[in-house]
Design a protein around this ligand. Sequence first.
Ligand code: 2HA
Ligand code: ZN
Length: 214
Amino acid sequence: MKFIDSKFMRDICNVTKQSYDNGWDERNGGNISIRITEDGKHADLYWGYEDGAKPTSEFPTHLMSHIARLKTDKNQRVVMHCHPTNFIAMSFTQTLDEKRLSRILWKMQAESLVVFPEGIGVIPYMTPGTNEIGEATAAKMSEFKVVMWPHHGIFAVGSDPDETFGLIETVEKAALIFTTIQAQGGNILQDITNEELKELAQAFGVTANSKFLK
Ligand code: 2HA
Ligand code: ZN
């Protein structure tokens, strides 16, 4: 019996290939999981796990993030992790402040706030693959769909692989624009104002994180 529909399987192949082609999954970097909606009593092996291979080292974060999102939005069944270059670079040059980083990313393009109106969560740098980083990420996942892992990458959630990858792409595009601005001298002559962010949220019917708009 198959517990995941074939469209999801195809979409996983497509988004992981795109992520690799974008340079966000060097070597064995990146991982993705889908919470299946069965009774939890069955497992179905589609491929792999041969010659002693094990699930991703980030399994604790995937599992705990699914548990966290299930309480917030049970339709969000996909958790994806990868290493978007410009987003990671910002974790070196910018203070690790959720409000500040969220506002920078929101202001880089008019789409940003519409795609991640909660802003982004940020955890401190922690050793990957540990239960501790899983717990810290899951704690953020109750409020945010996107969590920055400083000096490492991104964790994002969504209702299907395409939506989740689209979220990562949007965040990374904003980070790329920020990087390009710095490369052009960093002198911003005009940008999207806080008032305009509020208007954007209203126009698109999304609830922006009010703590980050104050
Ligand atoms: O699974 O990206 O963080 C490879 C990784 C670990
Ligand atoms: Zn990683």
